[in-house]
Write a protein of this length. Structure first.
Length: 453
């Protein structure tokens, strides 16, 4: 992403929700002085914002003869997520509707947002520090509830609070040391030895707590988690049993599988591939089945296999899963392929496809190859996250090392070298917070975000 005034000067827009069909979609707009210019950018008949926070209900025309209901949410800057004026259009999530509105916004002068540009504006406008901005990405990519909690804690400023305490203690100690160097004894208010020790101790404890937080982050998961989703009788349990060797109950009766079951695909890759099977999605057999389906759709996975019955003329009885990349797995190929080509084309919109049979093993090697390719992208993201945590830990270690040197100089009474190492500790923390991060490093960080984040 190019750096410069374009990031803060021109208004931007992008879809902030997961791409694809959905009940609702959110289009986010951000820019300085966006609210006074709303008439210029918004589609015809769309509600117009007031210059204060609020929600306005109405409709807009995504096509000259096709209106839809819309809610316009107004967040004036600088107390918004990005520090600029922010508008959100909440509207039906049909792709044609979303694309039609975006085309109008772009034609009216809004620029398509770059990946991560909303979060980057929040960082540049002081709404987030760099650690919190990276926590946004970590939260989006969280592979488990524990990882999500860690990212949420960092986003809430938990780590930043400790670093602010360390910075304040270091800055106060440095100011006192500088005063001791600039004035004769007695000309300035002298800091007592106990107060110096308290400042050093506070800084040291805060830095050590931050470093422990980084070192204890669970970056190496137990394996890649692959969720099996599909309508009842799509062949999920049969495929799970074939690949993991774990016996499961297979029946044509709806609601047979209610509990989630996990198993390792022995012929998968490394780290281990953990298959997660659960109840079929779609019309529930009874309230217990409905509850089991709702719970299964909340599972955290790295990849979805969306299983569809290739022998059925109407196989799409359950929606495509969301929240992770999707591989469309056609099953029951041994029964003959009866699915209409129009249905195949519609399913292909969810992701790449493989054709399989759990009975005779057809397509299982292709399934392994396609799965590995999709997980490779996730592996790249995980490696990027690992580099973030290494950078954080390195900055904290540098600050602690400089503080330890300063404490040694204090014991020896060499105040000029003490002051220099206190400055070095502060520099390390500035790098950690992003204030001294080179522009290319910021480009790399924010380019990893989704459009609309």
């Amino acid at each position: 992403m190019a750096a410069g005034a374009v990031l803060l000067g021109d208004p931007i827009a992008a879809v902030a929700t997961v791409p694809g069909p959905a009940r609702r979609a959110v289009i986010r707009l951000s820019g300085p002085e966006l609210l006074p210019q709303a008439d210029r950018f918004l589609p015809p008949a769309c509600p117009r914002p007031e210059l204060r926070r609020g929600v306005h209900h109405g409709r807009l025309f995504w096509h000259p003869e096709a209106p839809v209901e819309v809610d316009l949410l107004v967040f004036p800057g600088p107390a918004s997520a990005t520090g600029e004026d922010v508008l959100e259009l909440h509207l039906p999530g049909a792709p044609a509707v979303v694309d039609g509105v975006l085309e109008q916004l772009y034609a009216n002068g809004l620029r398509p947002a770059e990946p991560g540009e909303f979060t980057r504006r929040a960082f540049l406008n002081g709404r987030l520090d760099l650690a919190q901005a990276e926590a946004v990405l970590a939260l989006v990519q969280a592979r488990s509830a524990g990882a999500a909690r860690q990212a949420a804690a960092m986003l809430a400023g938990q780590l930043g609070d400790g670093l602010r305490q360390a910075r304040e203690a270091l800055a106060e100690a440095l100011a006192e040391m500088e005063a001791s160097l600039d004035f004769e004894e007695g000309d300035a208010q002298d800091l007592q030895a106990g107060e110096v020790e308290a400042l050093f101790r506070q800084a040291r404890e805060s830095l050590q707590a931050g470093l422990r937080s980084q070192l204890h982050r669970n970056l190496d998961q137990e394996g890649w988690r692959i969720g099996l989703a599909g309508a009842p009788n799509a062949g999920k349990s049969q495929l799970f049993q074939r690949l993991t060797g774990r016996p499961v109950l297979v029946s044509a009766e709806r609601g047979t599988t209610r509990d989630r079951i996990e198993g390792r695909w022995a012929d998968g890759g490394e780290p281990p591939w953990i298959l997660v099977d659960g109840p079929g999605w779609g019309a529930a057999a009874d309230p217990r089945d409905a509850a089991a389906q709702a719970l299964d759709q909340e599972v955290q996975v790295d990849l979805w296999w969306w299983l569809l019955d290739a022998s059925a003329e109407e196989p799409m009885q359950a929606p495509a899963p969301t929240g992770a990349p999707c591989l469309v797995v056609w099953t029951h190929l041994d029964r003959g392929r009866r699915v209409p080509e129009a249905v195949v084309a519609e399913a292909a919109m969810a992701g790449p496809m493989v054709w399989t049979s759990s009975l005779d093993g057809t397509g299982l090697e292709d399934l392994r190859t396609q799965t590995a390719a999709l997980l490779q992208t996730a592996a790249t993201d995980m490696e990027e996250n690992r580099s973030v945590h290494h950078r954080h830990a390195r900055a904290l270690e540098d600050a602690l090392a400089a503080l330890e040197r300063a404490e040694a100089w204090r014991r020896d009474g060499i105040l000029d070298l003490l002051a220099e190492d206190l400055r070095q500790a502060l520099v390390a923390l500035q790098e950690f917070s992003g204030r001294l991060s080179p522009e290319e490093v910021l480009d790399r960080i924010f380019s990893r975000f989704c459009i609309g984040k």
